[in-house]
Design a protein around this ligand. Structure first.
Ligand code: SF4
Length: 500
C-alpha cells in the first residue's frame, strides 16, 4: 500500500457528512500512476453507529474539547487523549496501516483536532511513516503552523497530486506546499472507495447515495461576502462531463449526483447544452446542486427537470433591497419574480433548499423584518431552508476592504499564538466562533451586534424547527422513521436532505 488517506471524524452535531471529492480525485490520479491508495472516511463510519453510547463519538468530542490536546501533541503523555486517539485508529484495519504515507484530508476545523491526535498517536507507535496533511482547511495559512510539530511532515494547500505522488515515490518534498488547482478539463474522473460509499448509504435515508461531481468552479456573481466571488467561472467540458457521469453511474449506481462547486447556471447556454447532452446520452441518475435564481427561465427549468434535475440549493440571502444592492446580491430579483421562479421549479418537481442570511453590517430592524417576511413566504415553496448569520470570510471583498462596508475588523485572535486553535473548541469565546468579529463604524460594537444576531437567529430557528423542519420530518417519516428521529435529535446535514 502506497498511501492511506484518512478523512478524520467530524463531531456528530456538525453538517460535515458527505462523500468528499478531493480524496477521490487524488486516488484517481495516483491509481493511474500504478500506486495503491486506500481511502477511509471516519465520519461516515462513526455516524452509522448508534449515538449516545458510542465510544468513538466520545473520543471525537474529547479530542475536540480537551485542554490537554496541545500538551499531547507536543510530546507529553496524556492518558485520556492517547486512549481516544488510539480508539479512532481501531476503526482502521491493520492491513491499511501498512501504507508508507499516511495522509489526512481535513475539510474543516472540526476535523483538525482528531487528525492531529491520530497523527501524534501514530508517530508514537511507528516513527517510519510519512505524515501529510491536506484539504480545504489548509487554504487558510493560519493552519500551516501545525508543521511546528516534528511529526507533521508536510502540509499541502490545494489539490496536491504532485506532492503526494513524489512522497509515494520516496522523493524529497518541502514541508509546506501550496499547489494551484488544476484546470477542470484536465481533472481525472474521480475514483471513490466502495467501502466508504457503503457507509454513507448506511447513514442516509433509504440507503441513498449522493455522489459529488465537480462541474463548475467560480461564480459569475460578485456577492461581496462570498469567497467564490473573485474566482473566474470555469466549466467542465460537456463531452467529458457526460462521459464521466455515465461511467460513475455504471460503476457506483448512485441515487443522485451532487454537482459542485457553486453556481450551476453561471452560463445558461452551458447548462442548456449539458442538459441536452445528458438527455441524448441516456444518463438516468437524478442530479442537483447550487444555482442562482437569475436566468432560471421557465424553458430552462423544464429542460433541467427533463434531464434529471431533482433538487437545487438556492441562496436568497436578504429580503431587503438596500442590503442586496449594498452587497452586490444581484442574483436575486424582486419578490414577485422570486416567487414565480420558485413556483416554476416546484411545478417541475425540483425540490429546493433556500438559504437566508441576516446580521449584515448596519442591517436595521426594518431590513431584518423584510428578510423574515421573505422567509415566511418563500419557505412554502421549499423542502428545507437554512438561516445563517452573516460572517466575514478571509479573502472576500468585504474582508479586504472592510471600511468600504462601514466596518472595522478585530485583529485575529490567533495572531499572537500560532497554535491557539488547539484550545478546546467549545470553550472558545462564543463571539469568536462564527466569524471574524467586527465593529460597525458609527453603529454597534461587536458585543452588541453579536447579541442581536443571536437573538434574531434564535427566533428564526424557532420558525424553522416548528414549521419548516417539522414539515420536512413529516414528509420523510413514512420512508424512514429512524432517520426522521435522528434528524429530530441531531439535525445535521440538512443541505443534502433536500433530495431525500
Ligand atoms: S451567487 Fe452564490 S456563489 Fe455566486 S458570488 Fe453570490 S453567494 Fe457566491
Amino acid at each position: 500500500m502506497d498511501l492511506l488517506l484518512i478523512t478524520p471524524p467530524a463531531p456528530r452535531f456538525t453538517r460535515e457528512s458527505f462523500v468528499h471529492l478531493g480524496p477521490a480525485l487524488l486516488k484517481s490520479h495516483l491509481s493511474s500512476q500504478g500506486k495503491q491508495v486506500k481511502l477511509i472516511d471516519l465520519t461516515a463510519r462513526i455516524r452509522a453507529r448508534i449515538p449516545w453510547v458510542d465510544p468513538y463519538d466520545h473520543a471525537v468530542l474529547l479530542l475536540n474539547d480537551s485542554k490537554d490536546l496541545s500538551a499531547y501533541l507536543h510530546g507529553f503523555h496524556r492518558e485520556e487523549i492517547d486512549r481516544a486517539a488510539g480508539r479512532l485508529w481501531e476503526l482502521i484495519p491493520a492491513r491499511d496501516r501498512t501504507a508508507r504515507v499516511i495522509g489526512f484530508s481535513v475539510f474543516s476545523r472540526h476535523l483538525l483536532k482528531p487528525a492531529l491526535a491520530m497523527a501524534a498517536w501514530l508517530q508514537r507507535h511507528d516513527k517510519k511513516k510519512k505524515i501529510v496533511f491536506g484539504g480545504w482547511l489548509f487554504s487558510d495559512p493560519l493552519y500551516h503552523d501545525i508543521t511546528a510539530f516534528p511529526w507533521a511532515n508536510h502540509v499541502v494547500s490545494g489539490p496536491g497530486e504532485d506532492t503526494v505522488e513524489k512522497l509515494t515515490n520516496g522523493e524529497p518534498v518541502s514541508q509546506r506546499i501550496i499547489s494551484e488547482p488544476l484546470p477542470l478539463k484536465t481533472l481525472p474522473c474521480p475514483v471513490f472507495e466502495n467501502e466508504d460509499l457503503l457507509w454513507y448509504r448506511r447513514v442516509s435515508i433509504r440507503r441513498m447515495l449522493l455522489l459529488p461531481y465537480l462541474l463548475t468552479r467560480g461564480c459569475r456573481h460578485q456577492c461581496q461576502f462570498c469567497p467564490s466571488s473573485r474566482a473566474v467561472p470555469e466549466f467542465m467540458p460537456i463531452e467529458k462531463a457526460s462521459t464521466e457521469l455515465l461511467a460513475l453511474q455504471e460503476t457506483y449506481a448512485p441515487d443522485a449526483f451532487f454537482f459542485s462547486e457553486v453556481n450551476l447556471n453561471n452560463q445558461t447556454m452551458y447548462l442548456s447544452e449539458l442538459c441536452q447532452c445528458m438527455l441524448d446520452s441516456g444518463l438516468r441518475t437524478p442530479w442537483g446542486g447550487f444555482a442562482s435564481l437569475i436566468g432560471l427561465s421557465p424553458t430552462l427549468i423544464r429542460l433541467m427537470a427533463k434531464a434529471g434535475c431533482r433538487y437545487l440549493q438556492i441562496g436568497i440571502e436578504s429580503g431587503s433591497k438596500r442590503i442586496r444592492t449594498r452587497f452586490n446580491i444581484f442574483k436575486v430579483p424582486n419578490l414577485p419574480e422570486v416567487e414565480s421562479i420558485l413556483a416554476n421549479l416546484r411545478a417541475a418537481g425540483i425540490r429546493l433548499n433556500l438559504y437566508f442570511m441576516h446580521g449584515f453590517p448596519h442591517e436595521n430592524e426594518r431590513e431584518f423584518a423584510q428578510s423574515v417576511d421573505w422567509l415566511h413566504r418563500l419557505s412554502r415553496y421549499a423542502a428545507t431552508c437554512v438561516v445563517s448569520i452573516f460572517s466575514v470570510e478571509p479573502g472576500t471583498p468585504i474582508f479586504l476592504h472592510p471600511e468600504e462596508f462601514g466596518i472595522r475588523l478585530h485583529p485575529p485572535i490567533h495572531r499572537n499564538d500560532s497554535l491557539a486553535f488547539l484550545e478546546p473548541m467549545f470553550s472558545l469565546p462564543k463571539t469568536h466562533m462564527v466569524t471574524i468579529p467586527f465593529d460597525e463604524i458609527n453603529g454597534m460594537n461587536w458585543a452588541e451586534k453579536f447579541s442581536q444576531n443571536l437573538r434574531r437567529q434564535q427566533s428564526l430557528q424557532r420558525f424553522l424547527t416548528n414549521e419548516v423542519y417539522a414539515r420536512h420530518l413529516l414528509r420523510i417519516s413514512p420512508c424512514s422513521p429512524l432517520y426522521a428521529l435522528k434528524k429530530k435529535w441531531f439535525r445535521p446535514y440538512f443541505h443534502y436532505d433536500v433530495y431525500l
